[in-house]
Ligand binder design. Structure first.
Ligand code: BGP
Length: 480
Protein backbone atom coordinates (compact mmCIF):
# COMPACT_ATOMS: atom_id res chain seq x y z
CA UNK A 1 0.00 0.00 0.00
CA UNK A 2 1.29 3.44 -0.83
CA UNK A 3 2.29 5.51 2.13
CA UNK A 4 0.85 8.98 2.62
CA UNK A 5 3.95 11.12 2.86
CA UNK A 6 2.02 14.22 3.79
CA UNK A 7 0.89 12.90 7.10
CA UNK A 8 1.44 14.34 10.57
CA UNK A 9 0.91 12.10 13.58
CA UNK A 10 -2.55 11.93 15.18
CA UNK A 11 -2.79 14.38 18.06
CA UNK A 12 0.06 16.52 16.70
CA UNK A 13 0.13 19.71 18.76
CA UNK A 14 -0.35 22.59 16.30
CA UNK A 15 -0.35 26.01 17.85
CA UNK A 16 1.53 29.17 18.66
CA UNK A 17 4.09 30.43 21.15
CA UNK A 18 4.61 33.52 23.28
CA UNK A 19 6.35 34.72 26.43
CA UNK A 20 4.91 36.64 29.37
CA UNK A 21 7.37 39.53 29.26
CA UNK A 22 6.74 40.16 25.57
CA UNK A 23 2.97 40.28 25.67
CA UNK A 24 1.34 40.50 29.09
CA UNK A 25 1.90 44.13 30.00
CA UNK A 26 0.35 44.92 33.40
CA UNK A 27 3.91 44.94 34.65
CA UNK A 28 3.06 46.22 38.10
CA UNK A 29 -0.44 44.82 38.44
CA UNK A 30 -1.37 42.02 40.78
CA UNK A 31 1.73 42.72 42.92
CA UNK A 32 4.06 41.68 40.14
CA UNK A 33 7.73 42.51 40.72
CA UNK A 34 10.19 43.79 38.13
CA UNK A 35 11.96 41.35 35.90
CA UNK A 36 14.93 41.75 33.61
CA UNK A 37 12.80 42.45 30.54
CA UNK A 38 10.99 45.25 32.37
CA UNK A 39 14.19 47.23 32.64
CA UNK A 40 15.57 46.78 29.14
CA UNK A 41 15.33 49.58 26.61
CA UNK A 42 14.03 49.11 23.07
CA UNK A 43 15.89 49.51 19.78
CA UNK A 44 19.60 49.22 19.02
CA UNK A 45 20.56 49.96 22.59
CA UNK A 46 18.95 46.72 23.65
CA UNK A 47 20.95 44.48 21.35
CA UNK A 48 24.14 46.18 22.47
CA UNK A 49 23.20 45.53 26.06
CA UNK A 50 22.39 41.91 25.40
CA UNK A 51 25.40 40.94 23.38
CA UNK A 52 28.37 43.09 24.26
CA UNK A 53 30.80 41.82 26.79
CA UNK A 54 32.17 44.63 28.90
CA UNK A 55 28.88 46.47 29.15
CA UNK A 56 28.14 47.45 32.68
CA UNK A 57 24.50 46.65 33.15
CA UNK A 58 22.63 49.36 34.95
CA UNK A 59 19.01 49.23 35.76
CA UNK A 60 17.10 52.40 35.22
CA UNK A 61 13.61 51.65 36.38
CA UNK A 62 12.27 55.07 35.53
CA UNK A 63 13.55 55.43 32.03
CA UNK A 64 12.05 52.53 30.17
CA UNK A 65 8.31 52.25 30.40
CA UNK A 66 7.62 50.99 26.92
CA UNK A 67 7.49 48.41 25.37
CA UNK A 68 7.65 45.56 27.86
CA UNK A 69 5.58 47.36 30.47
CA UNK A 70 2.54 47.42 28.22
CA UNK A 71 3.28 44.53 25.91
CA UNK A 72 0.11 43.87 23.95
CA UNK A 73 -1.95 43.92 27.15
CA UNK A 74 -2.61 40.18 27.16
CA UNK A 75 -2.99 40.58 30.92
CA UNK A 76 -6.39 42.15 30.31
CA UNK A 77 -7.23 40.79 26.86
CA UNK A 78 -6.39 37.11 27.22
CA UNK A 79 -9.98 36.02 26.66
CA UNK A 80 -10.24 37.77 23.32
CA UNK A 81 -6.84 36.45 22.25
CA UNK A 82 -7.52 32.88 23.29
CA UNK A 83 -10.83 32.97 21.40
CA UNK A 84 -8.89 33.95 18.27
CA UNK A 85 -6.42 31.10 18.80
CA UNK A 86 -9.37 28.76 19.17
CA UNK A 87 -10.83 30.08 15.94
CA UNK A 88 -7.60 29.09 14.19
CA UNK A 89 -8.04 25.64 15.69
CA UNK A 90 -5.01 25.70 18.02
CA UNK A 91 -4.41 22.44 19.81
CA UNK A 92 -1.70 23.98 22.00
CA UNK A 93 -0.61 27.38 23.18
CA UNK A 94 2.87 27.98 24.53
CA UNK A 95 3.14 30.72 27.12
CA UNK A 96 5.45 31.41 30.01
CA UNK A 97 4.71 32.13 33.63
CA UNK A 98 6.34 35.33 34.82
CA UNK A 99 8.37 34.30 37.86
CA UNK A 100 7.81 37.82 39.24
CA UNK A 101 4.03 37.38 39.31
CA UNK A 102 4.48 34.38 41.58
CA UNK A 103 7.49 35.58 43.59
CA UNK A 104 7.79 39.33 42.92
CA UNK A 105 11.35 39.57 44.19
CA UNK A 106 12.26 35.96 43.66
CA UNK A 107 13.39 35.38 47.24
CA UNK A 108 10.12 35.50 49.21
CA UNK A 109 9.00 32.50 51.19
CA UNK A 110 5.37 32.52 50.07
CA UNK A 111 3.92 32.88 46.58
CA UNK A 112 1.76 35.80 45.54
CA UNK A 113 -1.86 34.70 45.31
CA UNK A 114 -2.86 37.31 42.74
CA UNK A 115 -0.21 36.08 40.35
CA UNK A 116 -1.21 32.46 40.80
CA UNK A 117 -4.85 33.35 40.24
CA UNK A 118 -4.08 35.12 36.96
CA UNK A 119 -2.61 31.99 35.37
CA UNK A 120 -5.50 29.94 36.75
CA UNK A 121 -7.81 32.14 34.74
CA UNK A 122 -5.66 31.84 31.62
CA UNK A 123 -5.38 28.03 31.84
CA UNK A 124 -9.11 27.70 32.49
CA UNK A 125 -9.84 29.81 29.45
CA UNK A 126 -7.54 27.67 27.31
CA UNK A 127 -9.19 24.46 28.49
CA UNK A 128 -12.60 25.95 27.83
CA UNK A 129 -11.53 26.07 24.18
CA UNK A 130 -9.83 22.66 24.22
CA UNK A 131 -6.34 24.17 23.95
CA UNK A 132 -3.46 22.47 25.76
CA UNK A 133 -1.19 24.90 27.61
CA UNK A 134 2.54 24.37 27.08
CA UNK A 135 4.33 26.29 29.79
CA UNK A 136 7.83 27.69 29.90
CA UNK A 137 8.90 28.11 33.50
CA UNK A 138 11.53 30.75 32.85
CA UNK A 139 11.60 32.80 29.65
CA UNK A 140 14.08 35.68 29.96
CA UNK A 141 12.13 36.90 32.99
CA UNK A 142 14.45 36.67 35.95
CA UNK A 143 13.39 38.86 38.88
CA UNK A 144 15.51 42.02 38.91
CA UNK A 145 16.11 41.59 42.61
CA UNK A 146 17.88 38.29 41.95
CA UNK A 147 20.05 39.99 39.35
CA UNK A 148 20.92 42.95 41.54
CA UNK A 149 21.33 41.29 44.90
CA UNK A 150 22.50 37.82 43.95
CA UNK A 151 24.12 38.25 40.50
CA UNK A 152 21.69 35.89 38.86
CA UNK A 153 22.52 32.25 38.29
CA UNK A 154 26.10 32.77 39.42
CA UNK A 155 24.75 32.41 42.91
CA UNK A 156 23.85 28.96 44.19
CA UNK A 157 21.11 30.38 46.41
CA UNK A 158 19.05 31.11 43.31
CA UNK A 159 18.60 27.35 42.89
CA UNK A 160 16.68 27.31 46.18
CA UNK A 161 14.48 30.20 45.08
CA UNK A 162 13.79 28.49 41.80
CA UNK A 163 12.89 25.28 43.59
CA UNK A 164 10.36 27.17 45.67
CA UNK A 165 8.94 28.71 42.51
CA UNK A 166 8.56 25.44 40.61
CA UNK A 167 7.00 23.69 43.58
CA UNK A 168 4.46 26.49 43.87
CA UNK A 169 3.44 26.31 40.22
CA UNK A 170 3.44 22.51 39.90
CA UNK A 171 1.25 22.18 42.96
CA UNK A 172 -1.09 24.91 41.88
CA UNK A 173 -1.48 23.89 38.23
CA UNK A 174 -1.12 20.12 38.51
CA UNK A 175 -4.58 19.52 37.10
CA UNK A 176 -4.26 22.13 34.38
CA UNK A 177 -0.85 21.84 32.76
CA UNK A 178 0.70 18.69 31.35
CA UNK A 179 3.47 20.08 29.11
CA UNK A 180 6.29 22.03 30.73
CA UNK A 181 9.68 23.40 29.74
CA UNK A 182 12.42 24.59 32.07
CA UNK A 183 14.61 27.41 30.70
CA UNK A 184 13.85 29.11 27.42
CA UNK A 185 16.77 28.80 24.99
CA UNK A 186 19.10 27.82 27.79
CA UNK A 187 22.13 27.95 25.49
CA UNK A 188 21.43 31.64 24.80
CA UNK A 189 23.42 32.21 27.99
CA UNK A 190 26.49 31.77 25.80
CA UNK A 191 25.41 34.68 23.66
CA UNK A 192 23.20 36.91 25.82
CA UNK A 193 24.10 36.10 29.43
CA UNK A 194 21.97 38.87 30.87
CA UNK A 195 18.78 37.27 29.50
CA UNK A 196 19.72 33.65 30.01
CA UNK A 197 21.93 33.66 33.09
CA UNK A 198 20.90 36.88 34.79
CA UNK A 199 24.28 38.56 34.93
CA UNK A 200 26.31 40.83 32.70
CA UNK A 201 29.69 39.94 31.32
CA UNK A 202 31.95 42.66 32.69
CA UNK A 203 35.30 41.34 31.55
CA UNK A 204 36.53 38.73 29.10
CA UNK A 205 37.23 36.16 31.87
CA UNK A 206 33.54 36.21 32.86
CA UNK A 207 32.88 34.15 29.76
CA UNK A 208 34.52 31.20 31.43
CA UNK A 209 34.35 30.37 35.14
CA UNK A 210 31.28 32.47 36.11
CA UNK A 211 29.37 31.58 32.95
CA UNK A 212 29.77 27.84 33.33
CA UNK A 213 29.19 27.97 37.07
CA UNK A 214 25.90 29.71 36.32
CA UNK A 215 25.08 27.00 33.78
CA UNK A 216 25.83 24.36 36.38
CA UNK A 217 23.35 25.98 38.73
CA UNK A 218 20.75 26.01 35.98
CA UNK A 219 21.33 22.33 35.23
CA UNK A 220 20.85 21.48 38.90
CA UNK A 221 17.72 23.66 38.96
CA UNK A 222 16.46 22.00 35.80
CA UNK A 223 16.83 18.51 37.31
CA UNK A 224 15.14 19.65 40.49
CA UNK A 225 12.25 20.86 38.33
CA UNK A 226 12.09 17.62 36.34
CA UNK A 227 12.05 15.56 39.54
CA UNK A 228 9.36 17.70 41.17
CA UNK A 229 7.27 17.78 38.01
CA UNK A 230 7.27 13.99 37.71
CA UNK A 231 6.43 13.56 41.39
CA UNK A 232 3.69 16.16 41.57
CA UNK A 233 2.19 15.62 38.10
CA UNK A 234 2.85 11.98 37.17
CA UNK A 235 1.33 12.21 33.69
CA UNK A 236 3.36 15.32 32.79
CA UNK A 237 6.01 15.80 30.11
CA UNK A 238 8.82 18.20 30.87
CA UNK A 239 11.39 19.24 28.31
CA UNK A 240 14.47 21.35 27.90
CA UNK A 241 14.43 24.23 25.44
CA UNK A 242 17.39 25.17 23.29
CA UNK A 243 18.15 27.38 20.30
CA UNK A 244 19.16 25.08 17.50
CA UNK A 245 20.91 26.40 14.41
CA UNK A 246 22.87 23.88 12.37
CA UNK A 247 26.40 25.11 11.71
CA UNK A 248 27.59 24.59 8.13
CA UNK A 249 31.22 24.75 7.09
CA UNK A 250 31.61 27.49 4.51
CA UNK A 251 33.37 25.06 2.15
CA UNK A 252 35.09 21.69 2.15
CA UNK A 253 38.33 23.07 3.55
CA UNK A 254 38.90 20.57 6.39
CA UNK A 255 39.87 23.41 8.73
CA UNK A 256 36.46 24.98 8.21
CA UNK A 257 34.71 21.63 8.57
CA UNK A 258 36.39 21.03 11.91
CA UNK A 259 35.71 24.55 13.10
CA UNK A 260 32.00 24.33 12.18
CA UNK A 261 31.76 21.03 14.03
CA UNK A 262 33.34 22.48 17.15
CA UNK A 263 31.12 25.53 17.10
CA UNK A 264 28.01 23.42 16.65
CA UNK A 265 28.94 21.12 19.50
CA UNK A 266 29.48 23.96 21.91
CA UNK A 267 26.47 26.05 20.99
CA UNK A 268 23.88 23.45 20.00
CA UNK A 269 24.80 20.38 21.99
CA UNK A 270 26.45 21.31 25.26
CA UNK A 271 23.27 22.14 27.21
CA UNK A 272 21.11 19.46 25.62
CA UNK A 273 23.80 16.84 26.28
CA UNK A 274 23.62 17.61 29.99
CA UNK A 275 19.84 17.90 30.20
CA UNK A 276 19.08 14.90 28.01
CA UNK A 277 21.92 12.49 28.72
CA UNK A 278 22.42 13.61 32.28
CA UNK A 279 26.14 14.24 32.14
CA UNK A 280 28.77 16.70 31.05
CA UNK A 281 30.10 15.52 27.67
CA UNK A 282 33.82 14.82 27.17
CA UNK A 283 34.36 17.81 24.87
CA UNK A 284 33.15 20.29 27.46
CA UNK A 285 35.29 18.78 30.20
CA UNK A 286 38.26 19.31 27.90
CA UNK A 287 37.08 22.88 27.26
CA UNK A 288 36.88 23.49 31.02
CA UNK A 289 40.48 22.32 31.41
CA UNK A 290 41.69 24.49 28.57
CA UNK A 291 40.11 27.60 30.07
CA UNK A 292 40.91 26.86 33.69
CA UNK A 293 37.25 26.36 34.60
CA UNK A 294 36.75 24.42 37.81
CA UNK A 295 33.09 24.05 38.65
CA UNK A 296 31.96 24.05 42.22
CA UNK A 297 29.85 20.94 42.32
CA UNK A 298 28.04 20.02 45.51
CA UNK A 299 27.58 16.49 46.71
CA UNK A 300 24.66 14.89 44.93
CA UNK A 301 24.56 17.36 42.02
CA UNK A 302 25.88 14.98 39.41
CA UNK A 303 23.61 12.14 40.56
CA UNK A 304 20.62 14.47 40.42
CA UNK A 305 21.51 15.60 36.92
CA UNK A 306 21.98 11.99 35.83
CA UNK A 307 18.72 10.75 37.29
CA UNK A 308 16.35 13.53 36.30
CA UNK A 309 16.69 14.12 32.61
CA UNK A 310 14.05 15.66 30.37
CA UNK A 311 11.24 13.85 28.54
CA UNK A 312 11.46 15.74 25.27
CA UNK A 313 13.53 18.34 23.49
CA UNK A 314 11.88 21.67 22.84
CA UNK A 315 13.75 23.95 20.50
CA UNK A 316 13.53 27.16 18.55
CA UNK A 317 14.58 27.30 14.93
CA UNK A 318 14.94 30.49 12.96
CA UNK A 319 18.13 30.20 10.93
CA UNK A 320 21.24 28.23 10.17
CA UNK A 321 24.76 29.52 10.55
CA UNK A 322 27.69 29.18 8.19
CA UNK A 323 31.20 29.21 9.59
CA UNK A 324 34.73 29.79 8.45
CA UNK A 325 37.71 29.59 10.73
CA UNK A 326 39.24 32.82 9.48
CA UNK A 327 36.74 35.43 8.35
CA UNK A 328 37.08 38.99 7.17
CA UNK A 329 34.70 41.75 8.23
CA UNK A 330 33.23 41.74 4.75
CA UNK A 331 32.34 38.04 4.84
CA UNK A 332 30.43 38.27 8.10
CA UNK A 333 26.70 37.68 7.94
CA UNK A 334 25.38 41.05 9.03
CA UNK A 335 22.38 40.74 11.25
CA UNK A 336 22.25 36.94 11.39
CA UNK A 337 21.57 36.65 15.09
CA UNK A 338 23.95 33.74 15.39
CA UNK A 339 26.57 35.46 13.24
CA UNK A 340 28.96 33.38 11.08
CA UNK A 341 29.60 34.26 7.44
CA UNK A 342 27.10 35.00 4.73
CA UNK A 343 25.70 31.89 3.08
CA UNK A 344 25.56 32.49 -0.69
CA UNK A 345 22.64 30.06 -1.07
CA UNK A 346 20.31 31.79 1.37
CA UNK A 347 18.16 34.88 1.49
CA UNK A 348 17.68 36.74 4.74
CA UNK A 349 14.79 38.43 6.56
CA UNK A 350 14.61 42.21 6.89
CA UNK A 351 16.68 41.83 10.04
CA UNK A 352 19.34 39.70 8.36
CA UNK A 353 18.24 36.34 9.79
CA UNK A 354 19.04 33.79 7.07
CA UNK A 355 16.01 31.82 5.89
CA UNK A 356 16.69 28.11 5.56
CA UNK A 357 13.82 25.58 5.68
CA UNK A 358 16.09 22.68 4.73
CA UNK A 359 18.17 23.63 7.74
CA UNK A 360 15.14 22.79 9.86
CA UNK A 361 15.01 19.28 8.43
CA UNK A 362 18.74 18.97 9.05
CA UNK A 363 18.25 20.16 12.64
CA UNK A 364 15.49 17.66 13.29
CA UNK A 365 17.70 14.90 11.97
CA UNK A 366 20.73 15.97 13.94
CA UNK A 367 18.78 16.22 17.18
CA UNK A 368 16.98 12.93 16.71
CA UNK A 369 20.14 11.07 15.65
CA UNK A 370 21.95 12.24 18.75
CA UNK A 371 19.25 11.93 21.40
CA UNK A 372 16.37 9.81 20.08
CA UNK A 373 13.86 11.73 22.17
CA UNK A 374 10.62 13.24 20.88
CA UNK A 375 11.14 16.73 19.46
CA UNK A 376 8.89 19.74 19.86
CA UNK A 377 9.44 22.82 17.69
CA UNK A 378 8.30 25.46 20.13
CA UNK A 379 9.44 28.48 18.12
CA UNK A 380 9.80 29.17 14.42
CA UNK A 381 8.62 32.09 12.35
CA UNK A 382 9.36 35.14 10.28
CA UNK A 383 9.77 38.58 11.80
CA UNK A 384 8.62 41.07 9.18
CA UNK A 385 7.20 44.55 8.67
CA UNK A 386 3.48 44.23 7.97
CA UNK A 387 1.39 46.76 6.12
CA UNK A 388 -2.26 47.41 6.82
CA UNK A 389 -3.92 48.15 3.47
CA UNK A 390 -6.56 50.83 3.03
CA UNK A 391 -9.29 48.22 3.11
CA UNK A 392 -7.86 46.96 6.41
CA UNK A 393 -6.41 43.73 5.05
CA UNK A 394 -2.90 42.51 5.84
CA UNK A 395 -1.52 40.38 3.06
CA UNK A 396 1.43 38.61 4.62
CA UNK A 397 2.17 36.16 1.81
CA UNK A 398 5.88 36.24 2.74
CA UNK A 399 4.98 34.78 6.16
CA UNK A 400 2.79 32.10 4.61
CA UNK A 401 5.65 31.16 2.30
CA UNK A 402 8.17 31.02 5.14
CA UNK A 403 5.94 28.93 7.38
CA UNK A 404 4.72 26.55 4.72
CA UNK A 405 8.28 25.79 3.64
CA UNK A 406 9.31 25.10 7.21
CA UNK A 407 6.25 22.97 7.87
CA UNK A 408 7.02 20.97 4.71
CA UNK A 409 10.57 20.41 5.95
CA UNK A 410 9.19 19.15 9.25
CA UNK A 411 6.74 16.86 7.45
CA UNK A 412 9.61 15.36 5.45
CA UNK A 413 11.69 14.84 8.56
CA UNK A 414 8.79 12.89 10.07
CA UNK A 415 7.82 10.87 7.00
CA UNK A 416 11.08 10.44 5.16
CA UNK A 417 13.59 10.43 7.99
CA UNK A 418 11.64 8.85 10.85
CA UNK A 419 11.94 11.72 13.30
CA UNK A 420 9.50 11.60 16.22
CA UNK A 421 7.68 14.86 16.92
CA UNK A 422 5.18 16.15 19.46
CA UNK A 423 4.13 19.40 17.86
CA UNK A 424 4.80 22.78 16.35
CA UNK A 425 4.07 26.13 17.96
CA UNK A 426 5.09 28.99 15.70
CA UNK A 427 6.59 32.00 17.42
CA UNK A 428 4.59 35.12 18.18
CA UNK A 429 1.27 33.76 16.91
CA UNK A 430 -0.07 37.16 17.88
CA UNK A 431 2.18 40.19 17.30
CA UNK A 432 4.22 40.97 20.38
CA UNK A 433 7.30 42.85 21.51
CA UNK A 434 10.51 41.57 19.92
CA UNK A 435 13.02 40.10 22.34
CA UNK A 436 16.10 41.37 20.55
CA UNK A 437 14.92 44.82 19.48
CA UNK A 438 12.26 45.55 22.09
CA UNK A 439 10.08 46.87 19.28
CA UNK A 440 6.64 46.08 17.89
CA UNK A 441 7.51 46.57 14.23
CA UNK A 442 9.21 43.18 14.01
CA UNK A 443 6.01 41.18 13.72
CA UNK A 444 5.51 37.41 13.67
CA UNK A 445 1.77 37.03 14.22
CA UNK A 446 -1.24 35.61 12.44
CA UNK A 447 -3.02 38.30 14.42
CA UNK A 448 -2.03 41.91 13.97
CA UNK A 449 -1.93 44.17 17.02
CA UNK A 450 -2.33 47.89 16.52
CA UNK A 451 0.64 48.99 18.57
CA UNK A 452 3.74 50.78 17.36
CA UNK A 453 7.37 51.33 18.28
CA UNK A 454 6.65 54.69 19.87
CA UNK A 455 3.99 53.16 22.10
CA UNK A 456 1.02 54.55 20.15
CA UNK A 457 -1.87 52.42 18.89
CA UNK A 458 -5.28 51.18 19.97
CA UNK A 459 -4.18 47.60 20.72
CA UNK A 460 -7.00 46.39 18.47
CA UNK A 461 -6.55 42.88 17.05
CA UNK A 462 -6.91 42.12 13.35
CA UNK A 463 -6.68 38.84 11.42
CA UNK A 464 -3.95 38.69 8.79
CA UNK A 465 -4.14 36.60 5.64
CA UNK A 466 -1.92 34.02 7.36
CA UNK A 467 -4.63 33.58 10.02
CA UNK A 468 -6.93 31.87 7.52
CA UNK A 469 -4.06 29.94 5.98
CA UNK A 470 -2.91 28.51 9.33
CA UNK A 471 -6.47 27.60 10.19
CA UNK A 472 -6.55 25.41 7.06
CA UNK A 473 -3.19 23.88 7.89
CA UNK A 474 -4.43 22.83 11.31
CA UNK A 475 -7.84 21.68 10.12
CA UNK A 476 -6.17 19.36 7.61
CA UNK A 477 -3.53 18.23 10.15
CA UNK A 478 -0.86 19.69 7.92
CA UNK A 479 -1.92 17.99 4.70
CA UNK A 480 -3.00 21.25 3.13
C1 BGP B 1 13.76 33.71 20.63
C2 BGP B 1 13.10 34.02 21.94
C3 BGP B 1 11.79 34.70 21.85
C4 BGP B 1 11.59 35.52 20.61
C5 BGP B 1 12.20 34.99 19.36
C6 BGP B 1 12.25 35.95 18.20
O1 BGP B 1 15.12 33.83 20.76
O2 BGP B 1 12.92 32.86 22.72
O3 BGP B 1 11.55 35.33 23.06
O4 BGP B 1 11.34 36.80 20.73
O5 BGP B 1 13.49 34.53 19.58
O6 BGP B 1 13.23 36.88 18.40
P1 BGP B 1 13.02 38.43 18.19
O7 BGP B 1 11.85 38.78 19.02
O8 BGP B 1 14.26 39.06 18.65
O9 BGP B 1 12.79 38.60 16.75
Amino acid sequence: MEQNNKRFPEGFLWGGATAANQMEGGFHEGNKGLNIADVLPGGKERLKLLMNPGFNFEIDEEKYTYPNHEGIDFYHRYKEDIALFAEMGFKAFRLSIAWTRIFPNGDELEPNEEGLAFYDRVFDELHKHGIEPVVTISHYEMPVNLVKEYRGWRNREVVTFFERYVNAIFNRYKDKVKYWMTFNEINSGLMMPIMGLGFAIEKEEDKYQPTYQAFHHQFVASSIAVKACHEIIPESQIGCMIIFAPVYPFDSNPENVLYAHQEERLFNNFCADVQVRGEYPAFIKRYFKKHGIELEIQEGDLELIKEHTVDYIGFSYYMSRTEKKEKTELEKAQGNMLAGVKNPFLKASDWGWEIDPTGLRTSLNKLYDRYELPLFIVENGLGAYDKVEEDGSINDDYRIKYLSEHIAAMRDAINEDGVEMIGYTSWGCIDLVSASTGEMSKRYGFIYVDKHDDGSGTLARKKKKSFYWYKDVIASNGEK
